[in-house]
Every structure is written in structure tokens, then in C-alpha cells.
Design a protein around this ligand. Structure first.
Ligand code: BGC
Length: 754
């Protein structure tokens, strides 16, 4: 802490200190005018600013650029793009006088029906954390802070303020915390927002282990922890755990509790001072870093940027017989109300009032320089198929060479605050697609939805484009993609299961009463589908292009490595088609011979390459040694187990193009502790134990005859197998003390001190 802050703390009264640790109102911190401590402003912003201000006594939301939702941004797999998106948001925040943007969110998508999935990035912690880290970098480079949220395990909206997520230690460390760990280490967010829920019983906001031991001490986070809005359970316990700022203001309710706790010696003033110091550092950093000059037409610039970003993310899921791109001269019809009224953003706290809003219909007419036939196909006010609207749509589609249907999920299907109960689109959308497919064989479906939907109609549609919630300018981007003015290059950042029942969390989502068990453990998303050999509808990492790519020439610098050593590898990717395109390569690692529960392929690296038609590039990738580790519950640390690993390089999690095996040598052995209930199998697994056990057998043949109780040695390994799980203590009892307790203790001591 610098001198200025120390001096201020020494001048502040206890009341002022307690007061500043709770907001002034919904969106500002509390100033201390007497000491020249200013207030700063925060605003929501996972996909654009939701800046609220008071106009004539009423709270209004200022129009700001609505960028694509995080669920779509993640499909870019492009860290540079994430930085430029962050930069665009940061500039606009600076322009609007917002000091901290509340986002990005990097909770893991445990179930496709979590109501807030559109605000999250991926089912995979590496992709999620890396992308979030780069968004943070982009925003903060503009002198505006971020709030990485919602730390941690806010993976459902159902009972989000009270639910207890019961998560085993490996899953917590390798999946749920890992996403935040990458984001914190890469992005160094100014603030982290603590989630509402509980984890393994206690409220996250009261967990010293999560907020201080792991977040600060292990990962080196040096910003402030802010509560999610209203997440504070017991203010004094929160403060002790490391939660600095309560938002929004709770009036004097919690402030008084802090004052009382200090006066009654239940809370050290040092704990209060630490949080006040961190908060003052943040406030002055925000004020001092404020960008000087931002172009007055930032919102025009950002509209264009939002369109470009959407175009880099939208995913081409299916394209039979190269139905796409459309040619400008074809007779094209647009069907579906979403073509005129874009479904472009999610509901709840990330709901932005856009500065303008493109419609796919208008944008397509502009690009074609002519009007195209259109029919609404369904009503936005009802899920029930409307016969008249369908009839009209059939008429339009019958006269067109190709029909593009805009469908998906209406806004009230998914939002902060509640989860979906199923993955179905409204019956009116499904019926429309099926009926149109009967009269026109060239149907292209463009989807607008925050999270995966079931597609019972998939075999009827020739092409499908996943637009997620593409933001205010995404409609134009999708038209450019449909026409091939740009080439699709997004890939899914989550699996689309055929049915919700296939999802690994299905039997335990959203839990019972206030308890949800994460029984699928580390097997989230593709980790599960891959191991269970269940084909999803579209797998993690899937996405098509109008060109094609070939992978070749994988080379590794060696075949054997020491644990912790980075691995350099090279391979080539060639654009084998006839147009420019971008390819996202993905590198997975699989522990080929570990225990079954460690054998999932896991994403450890990715990259995006731009290649002209026919062009080939050589890629050099460094895989960090830590990529081979898993969390060892016994050691409470990430360790690398010695053994054979596979490196899998693919165009998706299922489309693996190149593989190589490596052997990792490791001294990271989990030290076994032996005791009287260790099994014979455990003892014989230890080389010294094997010798000692053999000596025991030779020394006490009669005892072993008693142990085997008449089972003859037939020369096979049958007797060994029989006693594999026998525990040491029973050798004493079965042999009626011929092998003494003391003898067993000696053996245990030798092994434990070995
Ligand atoms: C949400 C946060 C949001 C905050 C302020 C909460 O309900 O969970 O994500 O930043 O409100 O709007």
C-alpha cells in the first residue's frame, strides 16, 4: 500500500471505513468528500454497457453498443479478437464515465439449460479462462477495470442465492476454479465478483479458503472482491473471509454491523483496514487511469466493430451439398419473424439498450440491392403454430430457390434468474421448419438462441448456422456469411447434445431443495461424451467453413519428457479449398494409461490461422508442462503422474487429424501411507513391500496355509488374487497370531520410512 493510502486510512474514522465498504447506491462506491476520496461508477457489461442513470428522478438505461453475447464470442477461439472486443467496450465505458465494467463471466456451462449460459463462455475451463483473460486485458488497457464473475460455481439460476453446490475437490480444482484461475492469471482483473451460492456447505462470500487462500495467495490476485448484488450473508464473516466491497448499498444495516463488531472486539481493525486499503487503491487507480480523450463517434465505430466481431464468431454447423454460400442471383426467400426482429441479446442484468439494431431482412435487401420475399412464419407472442402464417410461408418458400428460416428461442425462454426446463424451441418454430422443408429442399436455418437447442428437424434442413445472440449488428454479419462475402470461421465452445438427457449433469440438475450434487465430477461436456462414446448432435469445437483444411507433418522435439517440461511441437495446416478462410486448430491431451477417471481428452491449446486458397502454414506450439497434471486430492496439489500421454490435434474434439504419444517421467509420486488396513495388493505394489511380503510368506508357511484355509496352490495366480484385497491386520487374526501384530507393525514402519 502506498503512503497516500496509508495516510488516508489513518485519517478515516471507523464509521467512514465501514461506510466505504458498502456502495453509495446501486452503481457507485461511497465517496469520502472530507478526505478527497472520490466515488467511482460500475455498470454491467458482459456484452455491452448497461449504464443506468437518474433522469428526472427515474432510472434510465443509456443506449450503448450491444456486442455479441459471450456464448457467441467464445466461438471465435480468437484471443486477439477478445482483446479488441474488450478494448471497444473499455473505450465506450471511458466515454460514458464508467470505471468498472461488471464482466466478463467465466462460469462453466455445466448444463445447457442454465438460464445464464449466454453470459458464459464455455464448458471447458481452458477455453473459458483464456478467452475471459483476454477480454479483461482489452478492457483494462483502456484504463477501465473489470469484474470477473461469478466466483464460483454459479452454474445454475435455480435457487441461485441459497443453493449449495456439492463439488468434489478434483472437479472444483480442475474444472470450476480452473476457468477463473486462467482468467485471473492472464487478465489480472481489477475486481472479482463473488457469487451468491454456497459451495460444499458454506457461502462462497464467507469462504476464506476460496476468497483469500486460493484466489489471492495461490493465484496472486491483488484486486478487490466485490459481492454479487445482494450476495452478502453475514457481513462480518464476509469481511473476515476477504470480501472487500458489498454492492449495492445496504444502507446502514451492514455498515453498523462492521462498526459494532470492531467495537466489541469481534473483528480486528486490521482486517477492516486491509479491505479499505485495497478499495482505495482501486478507486485511485480508476480515477488516475481514466482515458483522456475518446472519439465522440465511439458508438458509430463500435457498431461497425460489433458487426465484424459477430462475423468472426457465427458457426456454420451443417452445409450439405454446399448449399451455402448463396449466390446473389438466386431467388432467396426469408422466413421467420426473427429475420425482421432480431433476437440479439439475453435478458437480465446484461440487457443492453442498443444504439441501433440491424435486421437480417433489411441487411440482406441492402446487400442484394433488391427486395426479397418474406413471411413471418410464426408469431412472436405465441408458441403455438399458426396455420395461416405457416400457409403464407409455404407459399413464399415454394416460389424460392433457397429459403432461409430464422428461428430459435424467444427472449423469455432464457434469462438471468431462471433456468430452462428443456432444450426445445417453440412448437411454432419447429412446425414451421418441418412444413417448409416439405415444399423446398433447399432450406437453411439460422438460429438465434443463447444456448443449445434440440434439433429434431436437423435431417430436413440442408444448412444450419448458429448465430447465438449476435448483438445489435450481428444480423448484417450473418447476411455477409450467407452470401459468402465473408467465410464462416467460428467453432462451438460447447457441445450440443442430441437430447438434454444425454448431458452429464442431467440426473443432478438443478438438484433437490437447496442442494445440487455435481456427481459427474470432472466429466463435464465433451470430457463426458467422449469417454461414454455418446455422439452429440454437434460436438465441442465443431464448425465448418466454405473452404477445407488439411493437417500434416506433426513433429515433436522428443518422445520422452520430464514432468514440468514444456513441449514444443510443429505441424502444418493447408487451405485445400479455393477460397481464403480461417481454421481453428485444437490440441487435446489424454492420459492414455492412467486410471479410467483420468482418461478424458482435455483441451490444452488452440489457435486460429488465416490461410489464402492453397496456402500452407507451419505452426509451432508450446504445450506447458502443467498441461499434463491433474489435481491430487491426497497431496492437495496439481501433480503429474508418470506415464504415457497422447497429444491429439484436431479440427474439433471429435475430428482428430494428428496424434503423437509421449512418455512423461515424473518424480511426483503420491506418497502412500501404510497402516494395518492397507491391502496386500497395496503392499505388493511397492517394490520394497513386494520383497518383504515374499519374505513373510517364506518365513510363515503355516500361517499362510491357515490364511488360505485349505485352498490349494494350483500353480496359477489364483491364491494371489484371492488375498489381493485382504488387509494386513487380518493376517494376524487368520493365522491366530502366528504372524504377530508386532511383525505387521515392523513391516508398516519399514515401508512408511522407506
Ligand atoms: C447479477 C450480476 C450483475 C449485478 C448487477 C446481479 O443480479 O448476478 O451479474 O452484475 O446483478 O446488475
Amino acid at each position: 500500500m502506498n503512503e497516500k493510502i496509508n495516510a488516508l486510512i489513518s485519517e478515516m474514522t471507523l464509521e467512514e471505513k465501514a461506510n466505504i465498504l458498502s456502495g453509495k447506491d446501486f452503481w457507485h462506491t461511497e465517496p469520502v468528500k472530507r478526505l478527497g476520496i472520490p466515488e467511482i461508477m460500475v455498470a454491467d457489461g458482459p456484452a455491452g454497457l448497461r449504464k443506468q442513470e437518474e433522469v428526472k428522478g427515474a432510472l434510465t438505461t443509456v443506449p450503448c453498443t450491444c456486442f455479441p453475447s459471450e456464448s457467441l464470442l467464445a466461438c471465435s477461439w480468437d484471443t486477439d479478437l477478445m482483446e479488441s472486443f474488450g478494448k471497444a467496450m473499455g473505450e465506450e465505458a471511458g466515454f460514458e464515465g464508467v470505471n468498472i465494467v461488471l464482466g466478463p463471466g467465466c462460469n462453466i456451462k455445466r448444463s445447457p439449460v442454465c438460464g445464464r449460459n449466454f453470459e458464459y463462455l464455455s464448458e471447458d475451463p481452458y477455453l473459458s479462462g483464456v478467452m475471459a483473460g483476454h477480454i479483461i486485458k482489452g478492457v483494462q488497457a483502456e484504463g477501465v477495470g473489470t469484474s470477473l464473475k461469478h466466483y464460483i460455481a454459479n452454474n445454475q439460476e435455480h435457487r441461485r442465492l441459497s443453493v449449495n453446490a456439492v463439488i468434489d475437490e478434483r472437479a472444483l480444482r480442475e474444472i470450476y476454479l480452473k476457468s477463473f484461475e486462467y482468467a485471473v492469471k492472464i487478465g489480472k482483473p481489477w475486481t472479482v465478483m463473488c457469487s451468491y451460492n454456497r459451495v460444499n456447505s458454506g457461502y462462497v462470500c464467507e469462504s476464506r479458503r476460496l476468497l483469500t487462500d486460493i484466489l489471492r495467495n495461490e493465484w496472486g490476485f491483488d484486486g478487490i472482491v466485490v459481492s454479487d448484488w445482494g450476495a452478502v450473508n453475514d457481513r462480518v464473516e464476509c469481511l473476515k473471509a476477504g470480501l472487500d466491497l458489498e454492492m449495492p448499498s445496504s444502507g446502514m444495516v451492514n455498515t453498523q454491523k462492521i462498526i459494532n463488531a470492531v467495537n466489541e472486539a469481534e473483528l480486528d481493525i486490521e482486517t477492516v483496514d486491509k479491505s479499505v486499503g485495497r478499495l482505495l487503491e482501486l478507486i485511485f487507480k480508476a480515477v488516475e487511469n481514466k482515458a483522456e480523450k475518446i472519439s465522440a463517434d465511439i458508438k458509430d465505430i463500435n457498431h461497425k466493430r460489433a458487426r465484424k466481431i459477430a462475423g468472426e464468431c457465427i458457426v456454420l454447423l451443417k452445409n450439405e451439398q454446399n448449399m451455402l454460400p448463396l449466390s446473389k442471383s438466386e431467388d432467396i426467400a426469408f422466413i421467420g419473424m426473427f429475420a425482421k426482429q432480431s433476437r440479439f441479446e439475453g435478458g437480465g442484468s446484461s440487457h443492453v439498450i442498443p444504439t441501433r439494431l440491424e435486421s437480417a431482412y433489411d441487411e440482406m435487401c441492402k446487400l442484394l440491392n433488391r427486395e426479397i420475399p418474406f413471411a413471418p412464419g410464426y408469431s412472436l407472442n405465441s408458441d403455438i403454430p399458426d396455420e395461416e402464417l405457416i400457409k403464407e410461408a409455404i407459399k413464399i418458400a415454394s416460389g424460392a430457390q433457397k429459403t432461409v428460416i430464422f428461428a430459435g428461442l424467444p427472449e423469455n425462454y432464457e434469462s438471468e434468474g431462471y433456468d430452462r426446463k428443456h432444450m426445445d424451441m417453440p412448437a411454432s418454430h419447429i412446425c414451421l421448419i418441418n412444413e417448409i422443408c416439405k415444399v423446398n429442399r433447399n432450406v437453411i436455418v439460422v438460429l438465434s438462441n443463447g444456448a443449445p437447442v434440440a434439433m429434431p428437424w436437423i435431417d430436413n434442413a440442408g444448412a444450419v448456422m448458429e448465430g447465438y445472440l449476435w448483438g445489435q449488428a450481428g444480423a448484417g454479419a450473418v447476411c455477409e456469411l450467407l452470401l459468402g462475402i465473408s467465410n464462416p470461421c467460428g467453432k462451438l465452445a460447447e457441445s450440443f447434445p442430441v437430447a438434454l438427457e444425454h448431458n452429464p449433469s442431467y440426473l443432478n440438475f438443478p438438484g433437490e431443495d437447496d442442494e445440487v450434487y455435481y456427481r459427474e465430477s470432472v466429466f463435464t461436456g465433451y470430457r463426458y461424451y467422449g469417454r461414454k462414446k455418446i455422439n452429440p448432435l454437434f460436438c465441442f469445437g465443431h464448425g465448418l467453413s466454405y473452404t477445407s483444411f488439411e493437417y500434416s507433418a506433426l513433429r515433436l522435439e522428443a518422445k520422452v519428457f520430464d514432468a514440468g517440461e514444456d513441449i514444443l511441437l510443429n505441424f502444418k495446416v493447408k487451405n485445400s479449398g479455393d477460397r481464403q478462410g480461417k481454421e481453428i486448430y485444437q490440441i487435446y491431451i489424454r492420459n492414455a494409461e492412467g486410471e479410467l477417471n483420468k482418461q478424458a481428452s482435455e483441451l490444452k491449446q488452440f489457435g486460429k490461422l488465416e490461410l489464402a486458397a492453397g496456402e500452407e502454414k507451419e505452426v509451432t506450439v508450446k504445450i506447458e508442462g502443467s498441461a499434463f497434471s491433474h489435481f491430487c486430492t491426497r497431496e492437495q496439489a496439481f501433480i503429474v503422474e508418470e506415464g504415457e500421454f497422447e497429444i491429439l490435434i484436431g479440427a474439433s474434439s471429435e475430428d482428430i487429424r494428428l496424434t503423437a504419444g509421449v512418455k512423461i517421467n515424473s518424480a511426483d509420486k503420491v506418497k502412500k501411507v501404510y497402516h494395518k488396513n492397507s491391502t496386500i495388493g497395496d503392499i505388493k505394489e511397492n517394490p520394497a513391500g513386494k520383497i518383504l511380503f515374499k519374505e513373510l510368506e517364506e518365513q510363515y508357511p503355516e500361517a499362510f496355509e491357515m490364511i488360505f484355509n485349505g485352498m490349494e496352490d494350483d500353480g496359477s495366480d489364483f491364491r494371489d488374487k484371492m488375498i489381493h484385497y485382504t488387509v494386513l491386520r487380518s493376517l494376524v487374526y487368520f493365522s491366530k497370531g502366528l504372524i504377530s501384530e508386532q511383525k505387521i507393525e515392523e513391516l508398516i514402519n519399514i515401508l512408511n520410512n522407506n
